[in-house]
Each structure stands twice: as structure tokens, then as C-alpha cells.
Design a protein around this ligand. Structure first.
Ligand code: SAM
Ligand code: SF4
Length: 358
């Protein structure tokens, strides 16, 4: 069958919410993106409207005992600058997020043993006590079911944990000492505990194929993720992948577009990695189905040390400047800033009762 007919059939099937095959997704990923991106933009508009939601991101520790081969914070990088915010510094940063009118704070870190679950529980409880309306998203890596349960009980609403790649061999190669099965167990546990779960993958990992990316999309659909983070891999000079090529921007945009078509009501951020590789990355992402952005609310003195990859795109030298720039960009894209927590699970298409773990 000619490629154009396969493409048209595959796109029509997606718009009818049919389950695509891996071959169809490979075909869509391999084609030029124009029609796909236009379709995703329409579906985004119909299902989640024109709002772009802002999440205040606090990168509160760059210590990490994991050794992911792509990440500048890996334990093997002895040149990485390490810092850890105190609970008081974090609370002050949260206060800035609230003062700026944002409805969600995202607390992210490396896998830092100092931040025991007991300490995190205390922090989450304090934030909820001071700001009951603020949605709290955690992104602190792999923990036990009991730990996730304690954090949920303390008031954490959401959790971000990418599966990075759905190819188990590639996963094992890039994450020494851990497995994809372990990571998926964490995601199932988070879903069982009622978190609004975000996950996703990297695009352009060395050795990753279009078939792998198609499988990533099928996993995203199978997990019915209310939040999906997808960004290009960017090589860091102090990692084993220093000499690798960065992920492809148009391919990343096609992954965002396909995610929107597969899960029309989900929240999809434009990533800083995309903005780092492409000056217009945020706007291009919003036009390819994305509806979220996460400005940096970490005290700026620490920004350089949270170096996952070099030359990270920054919007301004403070949260206030970043927000001013973002509001301009959002408005120029014909969109507006969403108010409140902007939960995907609150949308009628997301029936949480149906949101099964496996
Ligand atoms: N440690 C937690 C974890 O791994 O889930 C949260 C922090 S980690 C830095 C957040 C995300 O950064 C990871 O899920 C990974 O996809 C992304 N990341 C790390 N190194 C990267 C790189 N070189 N290029 C692009 N994204 C990267
Ligand atoms: Fe640590 Fe997360 Fe980086 Fe892996 S991706 S090395 S877990 S900070």
C-alpha cells in the first residue's frame, strides 16, 4: 500500500480514537509532520481549550545516587556542582510560586538519600497547611509503595516519573543497576494510590528506533496517563553519552502531537530540553498539542548546578522575569494563562474510576 494511504488511514483512525498499530505509528513518525501537528492542535483545542497551565518548578536537590547514562546529575559525574535546598528555602520558593498566582508547585530532585520520606512528608504537610489550594507534584524518583503512600497521605497530589524508554534492553543499558520492570511497578503503585501520574520518554537516545518510540506511545496510551512529558535527549559532556547526537526537534514535536491524539484530555508540557534545542520550541510545542509549561521557581543562584545537559534554556534570571516572558509568548501564540491547579483528572474525559493501573 502506498505510504500516503497508510498515513491517511492511520491519522483517520487516531482521530476516531481507534487503537493504532505499531506500524501505523512508525509511519506517522516517519512522515513530515504538518498534517499530524495541525490535527493535534485541533484536538487540543477541542478537548482542553486554549489555556496554557503554568507549574512552578523547584529543583530542590542536585544530589543523586543513580547513574543514568544521559544525565549530568548522575553519581559518576564528579564534576557536577551539588546543592540541596533547606526546607526553609523550599518554603520560601513555594511562597514565590503562590504569590505569582500559580496553582501548582513541582518539587523535583535527584535521588537524594538526605531527603528521606519522613523529611518529605513533613515538607508536604507544611506546604498543604499553608496553601491548601495549591496542587503539589513530586518528582523525586523511585521509592517503595509505603513511601509513596505516606507522601500521598501527607497531601501530594501528583507525581512525575518518566519511564524514559519502553525498550527493556535499552533501559537496562542506560540505567545501571535498575530495570524497566522496576520503574513500571513504581508507576502502577502511584496510580493505585490515586496520584495524578505523569510519565513519558526521551527522544533520540542512542540506539533508539522509530519502532521503540511507537512502543513508547503505545505504553503512554495503555497507562492512560493524565500528564505526559516528552523531551529530546541532549548529550552532557561529563557522561558516557558525551559524543552522542541530540534528539531531533521535529521528531519530538511529532511525538507530542501523537500523544495529544492518543490522549486528547491529558496535560502535556513543553519541556525545557525542547526549548534548549529550538529557540521557538515552546511555541512550536504549544502548536503541536502541548498545553503546559514549567517555569523555574528555584532560587536562581542554584540554576547552573542543576545541569542535566548543557546550556539549559532559561527565560529570565528570576521567576518574575520568566513569567513575564512566558505570558508574552503564550499570548503571541493565541493562548491564555490557565488559572488554578489545571488538573487533567478533573476533566470529564478523564474518568478516574476507569483509570486502571495495568
Ligand atoms: N531524579 C528524578 C527522575 O529521574 O525521575 C527527577 C529528576 S530527573 C533530572 C528529570 C528528567 O530529566 C528525567 O526523567 C530525564 O528524562 C530528564 N533528563 C535527564 N538528563 C537529560 C538529558 N541529558 N537530556 C534530556 N533530558 C534529560
Ligand atoms: Fe538521577 Fe534523575 Fe538524573 Fe537519573 S535522571 S541521574 S535519577 S537526577
Amino acid at each position: 500500500m502506498p505510504q500516503t494511504i497508510i498515513f491517511d488511514d492511520a491519522l483517520a483512525g487516531l482521530l476516531a480514537q481507534e487503537q493504532p498499530s505499531q506500524e501505523q505509528l512508525v509511519c506517522l513518525l516517519g512522515a513530515t509532520g504538518g498534517d499530524l501537528i495541525a490535527a493535534a492542535d485541533r484536538v487540543r483545542q477541542q478537548h482542553v481549550g486554549d489555556a496554557v497551565w503554568l507549574r512552578g518548578l523547584i529543583e530542590f536537590s542536585s544530589y543523586c545516587h543513580h547513574n543514568c547514562c544521559y544525565c549530568g546529575l548522575r553519581s559518576g559525574n564528579k564534576k557536577a556542582g551539588r546543592y540541596r535546598l533547606s526546607p526553609a528555602e523550599i518554603l520560601a520558593a513555594v511562597q514565590q510560586v503562590v504569590a505569582a498566582g500559580l496553582g501548582t508547585v513541582v518539587l523535583q530532585s535527584g535521588e537524594d538519600a538526605w531527603w528521606t520520606t519522613a523529611r518529605l512528608v513533613e515538607l508536604v504537610q507544611e506546604i498543604k497547611k499553608q496553601y491548601p489550594q495549591l496542587a503539589i507534584t513530586l518528582s523525586v524518583g523511585e521509592r517503595s509503595y509505603a513511601d509513596y503512600a505516606a507522601l500521598r497521605q501527607a497531601g501530594a497530589d501528583r507525581y512525575l516519573l518518566r519511564f524514559e524508554t519502553s525498550n527493556p534492553e535499552l533501559y537496562a543499558k542506560l540505567h545501571p543497576g535498575t530495570t524497566l520492570a522496576q520503574r513500571l511497578d513504581c508507576l502502577y503503585h502511584l496510580q493505585q494510590l490515586g496520584y495524578e501520574v505523569g510519565s513519558g520518554c526521551l527522544v533520540g537516545l542512542p540506539g533508539q528506533t522509530l519502532a521503540d518510540l511507537a512502543n513508547d506511545l503505545l505504553l503512554i496510551r495503555r497507562l492512560r496517563l493524565p500528564m505526559v512529558g516528552i523531551g529530546p535527549f541532549i548529550p552532557h559532556p561529563e557522561t558516557p553519552l558525551a559524543g552522542a547526537t541530540a534528539g531531533d526537534v521535529p521528531l519530538t514535536l511529532k511525538m507530542l502531537a501523537l500523544t495529544r491524539l492518543l490522549l486528547p484530555a491529558s496535560n502535556i508540557p513543553v519541556t525545557t530540553a525542547l526549548a534548549t534545542l529550538d529557540g521557538g520550541g515552546r511555541q512550536n510545542g504549544w502548536h503541536a498539542g502541548a498545553n503546559v509549561v514549567m517555569p523555574n521557581a528555584t532560587p536562581s543562584v542554584y540554576w547552573q548546578q542543576y545541569e542535566l545537559y548543557p546550556d539549559k534554556a532559561q527565560l529570565g534570571d528570576s521567576l518574575q522575569y520568566s513569567l513575564a516572558t512566558l505570558v508574552e509568548q503564550i499570548t503571541a501564540a493565541g493562548r491564555y494563562v490557565g488559572q488554578g491547579p489545571g488538573s487533567a483528572l478533573a476533566r470529564k474525559e478523564y474518568n478516574h474510576a476507569e483509570h486502571t493501573a495495568q
